[in-house]
Design a protein around this ligand. Structure first.
Ligand SMILES: Cc1cc2nc3c(=O)[nH]c(=O)nc-3n(C[C@H](O)[C@H](O)[C@H](O)COP(=O)(O)O)c2cc1C
Length: 173
């Protein structure tokens, strides 16, 4: 079997639409945060979350030191936050670009449709990333449309596609 092509791998996984979050933690030097889409729920009992962070992420270091982290689930109006937290500008400049508050020892980006605050549970090595898992300490959700990432682009959800009529796609005689 041929060695898989990295650019085709990127293209293939880019076909998986994801939500967009900012993972945040408070280090001794102040808040740190990174845009992350490799985030999902992991367990209901107990409630746990999972995220995958690049080994080179500065936020990963802050999170490991703080032992807790926030998952700020971004809404459609927060694309600029997604962009700034995906950059490598100094952490204080990232946080200066958004309105935020400290809550239970983690930074929360104001205006998100949902937040999850987690206590760090595992840090599992996986290739060039690490998988972090966290026990949910607090959760908050309000009505709102999530920002979506798909095929390398930020998008918004469209309304549900109507169910096809039973005879759609069939040959009519
Ligand atoms: C839409 C989007 C999703 C991203 N998802 C992840 C992710 O799940 N994990 C990750 O490590 N980096 C992800 N990144 C890249 C990080 O946001 C980027 O490397 C950032 O500069 C890390 O910041 P830090 O070094 O200050 O922690 C994503 C970037 C974008 C634009």
């Amino acid at each position: 079997m041929a060695v898989p092509d990295p650019s085709e791998f990127r293209q293939a996984v880019g076909m998986l639409p994801t939500g967009v979050t900012v993972i945040g933690a408070i280090a001794a030097s102040g808040p740190a945060g990174a845009t992350a889409s490799a985030v999902c729920s992991l367990s209901l009992e107990p409630m746990m979350m999972l995220a995958c962070l690049d080994r080179g992420s500065r936020t990963l270091l802050a999170l490991q030191g703080a032992d807790r982290f926030s998952i700020n689930i971004l809404g459609t109006q927060q694309r600029s936050a997604a962009e700034v937290f995906a950059s490598k500008v100094d952490q204080p400049d990232k946080w200066a670009a958004v309105e935020w508050k400290e809550h239970e020892g983690v930074p929360l980006v104001k205006g998100c449709p949902a937040y999850v605050v987690c206590a760090l549970h595992d840090v599992i090595s996986a290739g060039d990333h690490v998988i972090i898992t966290g026990n949910v300490l607090e959760v908050e959700a309000a009505p709102g449309d999530p920002l979506v990432y798909h095929g390398g682009l930020f998008r918004r959800l469209e309304d549900e596609t109507p169910e096809p009529r039973p005879d759609d796609g069939q040959t009519r005689t």
